[in-house]
Design a protein around this ligand. Structure first.
Ligand code: ZN
Length: 77
């Protein structure tokens, strides 16, 4: 599975807890084989996206580290 790091648009607060990628749940789940991961900590944000699938938002806050990640225009609807 390819894993594509997203672009971080806002880093997590400095007093945030240490990232725990294993504890994070993907915010979005597709039916393909490309994972989009947090550009800060590597937690999966969109799991298994297919080539024609889109996410209904332009950015998302990582549930593991709190960084705001921007989806590429090819993925955001
Ligand atoms: Zn993160």
């Amino acid at each position: 599975m390819p894993a594509i790091p997203l672009k971080v648009t806002r880093p997590p607060a400095s007093d945030a807890a240490d990232p725990v990628p294993d504890a994070a749940k993907p915010l979005f789940r597709g039916t393909g084989d490309t994972d989009y991961v947090c550009g800060n900590c590597g937690a999966v944000i969109a799991l298994g996206m297919g080539p024609t699938q889109r996410v209904p938002f332009g950015s998302a806050v990582c549930s593991a580290c709190g960084a705001e990640n921007e989806f590429p225009s090819s993925l955001a609807s």
